[in-house]
Structure formats: structure tokens, C-alpha cells
Design a protein around this ligand. Structure first.
Ligand SMILES: *[C@@H]1O[C@H](CO)[C@@H](O)[C@H](O)[C@H]1NC(C)=O
Length: 252
């Protein structure tokens, strides 16, 4: 093989192996367990027992700042180098809002996160009835989203835990008089304002419905910089699915 060809081959191999996933920010998604459990579908507690009556992490998800139409327009004008992104990561196709499953060979290792299991059990518990093992939930989140984060396994989980610990959403809402109740309802704008004031950054909100069809606060989407370290104002809004301005925060 000619040296020039070897150099070109080597360079392209290096480029692939060190390719950083291109995304713009993370959503740190936390769910209110009371709203997960009182739906028609219900919930199951993990084998470690009933989780605390506190927001729990759902995941930390790499996301594009422009998706849907906005992203398609950027792709059309060639700003995002679609071919490069799609080739290197297998995602970033037209109109996608986030990368996912960036490295199926990279399974979560219990050994890598062994020093955080107690915190993860408390802060990132599964409520799914498919498996009572929270490790399966963490593995799924790692495989789908974490492998696109440009972070190592330990760092990915450590950063999500650190952010959650730094901004206690349950305490922030309680400070604004928004406390779990089976009867009270709260305006979405008061929830929004409390979170913006308490964390210094705007967040997106998502509702679901209890078994009687009442709208309730389900998940809070906080936006985090690409390093997974600092909260930022959410660059993107999303539909709340709340349908009404008043929402419940059910007791768990
Ligand atoms: C968050 O705040 C709530 C309400 O003050 C408290 O019960 C809970 O223990 C706090 N969570 C953590 C992880 O400190």
C-alpha cells in the first residue's frame, strides 16, 4: 500500500473513532412518581421498595436545538452537514429531534457505576411493571440516550445525579406553595415561574392524566449544556399536553 493511501485511511479511521456526537443540549427529565402511578395503567415499585415522594430522574437526553421544521430548513441550506452527521452516528436524519442508540455495543456495566448505586436507587428508580430492577431502566436509558452523550458511563450518571441534587424540584415547588395534594390544583404558569426562579433557567413541562382524566404535572424537562454540567434556558418549547391551565400534583 502506498504511504499516502495509508495516511488517508488512518486519518479517516481516527476521525470516525473520535467523532463527537453532534447535539445541542441535554434534557434532564424528571418525573413526579404520584403522576406516574395514578394513571389507568398504574405502576410497580422497584425491588428496593417504594421510592421517596420526590421527583425521580427519567433520563438525560441529548437533543437538537432545531428539529421538525426548523431543522429541516437548516438541513436544506446545508448548515448541519447532514451526510457527515448521518454517516458518523447513524442518526441525524432529516427532521429528527435527537440522536439515539449511538453505540449498541456499549452496554452499561454494573462495575462502572458501583459507587453510585445507592444514589441511583433513590434518585433514578424504575416504576415500570415490566421489571422491578432499576438497573434495567438505567441500562435502557444509557443505551438509547447515554451512548450519544459524548460522556463515559460513570460521568453520564454522575452528572445527572449532581444536577438533580443541586436543584431539588420538590423543594423548589414547595417553596412556592405547590405541594402534593389530592384536591388542590395549580396554574401551569405558577409552576413554570417557580422553577425558573428556583433554578435560574426556564424548563419545559409535560402533563398526563390520572385514572379520572384530570390533568396533572408529570415531567419536568430541564435543559443542560452539552457537558451535562450547567442548566440553560430551554432553547426549544414543546407541547405540554396539559390542555388546561390548572394541574394537579397528586400525593405519592
Ligand atoms: C427534596 O426536597 C424535599 C422537600 O423538601 C425533601 O423531602 C427531599 O428529601 C429532598 N430531596 C433530596 C434528594 O434531598
Amino acid at each position: 500500500m502506498k504511504p499516502a493511501i495509508a495516511v488517508v485511511l488512518l486519518c479517516s479511521l481516527l476521525a470516525v473513532s473520535s467523532a463527537a456526537e453532534k447535539f445541542d443540549f441535554f434534557y434532564l427529565v424528571q418525573q413526579w412518581p404520584g403522576s406516574f402511578c395514578d394513571t389507568r395503567q398504574g405502576c410497580c415499585f422497584p425491588d428496593t421498595g417504594k421510592p421517596p415522594a420526590d421527583f425521580g430522574i427519567h433520563g438525560m437526553w441529548p437533543n437538537y436545538a432545531k428539529c421538525g421544521r426548523g431543522r429541516q430548513e437548516e438541513l436544506a441550506t446545508g448548515l448541519l452537514e447532514e451526510d457527515a452527521v448521518a454517516f458518523l452516528s447513524g442518526v441525524g436524519r432529516r427532521g429528527k429531534c435527537w440522536p439515539e442508540y449511538c453505540d449498541d455495543g456499549n452496554a452499561l456495566s454494573p462495575w462502572e457505576i458501583r459507587d453510585m448505586v445507592a444514589s441511583l436507587d433513590r434518585s433514578w428508580p424504575t416504576l415500570s411493571c415490566k421489571s422491578g430492577r432499576s438497573f434495567e431502566f438505567w441500562s435502557y436509558e444509557w443505551k438509547k440516550h447515554g451512548t450519544c452523550s459524548n460522556l463515559e458511563q460513570h460521568e453520564y450518571f454522575a452528572r445527572a445525579l449532581a444536577l438533580k441534587a443541586r436543584y431539588n424540584l420538590t423543594a423548589i415547588l414547595a417553596g412556592a406553595g405547590i405541594v402534593p395534594s389530592d384536591t388542590a390544583t395549580y396554574s401551569l404558569s405558577s409552576v413554570r415561574e417557580a422553577i425558573a426562579r428556583g433554578t435560574g433557567a426556564t424548563a419545559n413541562l409535560e402533563c398526563n392524566r390520572d385514572a379520572d382524566g384530570n390533568a396533572q404535572l408529570f415531567q419536568v424537562y430541564q435543559c443542560v449544556d452539552r457537558e451535562g454540567k450547567k442548566l440553560i434556558d430551554c432553547p426549544l418549547s414543546m407541547p405540554t399536553k396539559c390542555s388546561r391551565d390548572k394541574v394537579k400534583l397528586p400525593v405519592f
